[in-house]
Design a protein around this ligand. Structure first.
Ligand SMILES: Nc1nc2c(ncn2[C@@H]2O[C@H](COP(=O)(O)OP(=O)(O)OP(=O)(O)O)[C@@H](O)[C@H]2O)c(=O)[nH]1
Ligand SMILES: [Mg+2]
Length: 321
């Protein structure tokens, strides 16, 4: 076995033993798209599938990071091993935007039962990305019982996180224009559990009432999961025990209804597609001379002698020969 292969095996073994430096190194390899990922994922995949992946999303400033930290505290009380993945899908760089979150997470930084990683998640190709599912696999195989994924940034990310998590928690808060506007934002389709945070402020009850009637109005098939609403004061950890019970209840429901496997299959499908598309691209960029390949095709399209679909067919054919 090559030295490099040995190093990867050693890294994987140490991550599986819960060594946080090894876990951190593997997540960085995911983020950098390391050529050794193939070997890493082959070693990790048989050991994944245990962790409950919980997505936390909501408007800027609603309390996602505070809630994530409070969830970690609560889960640690129950003796659970916890992973936290802060994902910034809008940025090709990790670090900067997440600095504040890191500071908020400092309470947990020295706890060996907690892994905290922040990561950029470039929408590699056509929005497809393998980074989040692969980082989750690392944390999962490292023995986490729960992995909380906090997405930073707005818009698309909320929907993306719903495709990634087993259970999606949507946070709302009074005074952020949440509540009634939620229906517009399409947020009612993605929440498995809702938390009205900042319940120490006026208006939390009002947000809960509006949310409750919006949920009651939504079309839901017979026997479907009915999203509960929890009031929280994340800053003080209030209501977070109830939030954890609802997360557990949802996980049990997912298992009993075959929905857990279905959601995870969606996640794997996206990952496979992203890997396959990237592999194709690598072949046509690496294998053939780009000038003879893609550039020539592009010129033919501009000159009107080839249509873009025919050109794409040629490109794919040249990469799969
Ligand atoms: N009053 C009150 N303030 C809270 C509560 N939870 C969080 N906050 C405050 O709200 C602000 C934003 O909290 P964050 O946890 O950073 O919110 P976030 O959703 O992670 O913010 P972004 O990552 O910037 O989108 C901070 O000043 C928190 O201290 C709460 O329950 N009550
Ligand atoms: Mg945050």
């Amino acid at each position: 076995m090559s030295r490099r292969a040995e190093q990867v095996d050693d890294l994987v073994a140490r991550a599986r033993d819960g060594e946080s430096r090894a876990v951190a190194r593997l997540v960085s390899m995911v983020e950098d798209g390391s050529p050794q990922l193939r070997q890493v994922m082959a070693a990790l995949t048989p050991h994944a599938g245990h962790a409950h992946v919980v997505g936390v999303t909501g408007s800027p400033g609603v309390g996602k990071s505070t809630t994530t930290s409070a969830l970690v505290t609560e889960l640690r009380k129950a003796g659970k091993r916890v992973g936290v993945l802060a994902v910034d899908p809008s940025s090709p760089f990790s670090g900067g935007a997440l600095l504040g979150d890191r500071i908020r997470m400092q309470d947990h930084a020295t706890d060996p039962g907690v892994f905290i990683r922040s990561m950029a998640s470039r929408g590699h190709l056509g929005g497809l990305s393998w980074t989040t599912p692969q980082a989750l696999r690392v944390l999962d195989a490292a023995g986490c019982d729960v992995v909380v994924v906090e997405t930073v940034g707005v818009g698309q990310s909320e929907v993306e996180i719903a495709g990634t998590a087993d259970t999606t928690v949507v946070l709302m808060a009074p005074g952020l224009g949440d509540g009634i506007q939620a229906a517009k934002a399409g947020i009612l389709e993605i929440g498995d559990v809702y938390a009205v945070n900042k319940a120490d402020r006026d208006g939390a009850e009002q947000v809960r009432r509006e949310l409750r009637s919006a949920i009651a109005l939504a079309d839901r098939p017979e026997g479907a999961w009915k999203p509960p609403i929890v009031l929280t004061v994340a800053q003080e950890g209030r209501g977070v025990d109830e939030l954890v019970s609802e997360l557990d209840r949802h996980r049990t429901w997912l298992e009993e209804h075959g929905e857990l496997v279905r959601r995870r299959t969606c996640r794997a499908r996206e990952e496979i597609e992203a890997i396959a598309v990237a592999a194709l691209r690598e072949r046509w960029e690496g294998g053939i001379d780009v000038h003879d390949g893609l550039d020539a095709l592009a010129e033919a399209v501009v000159a009107g002698v080839k249509d873009p679909y025919a050109a794409a067919d040629e490109l794919v054919a040249s990469a799969t020969d």
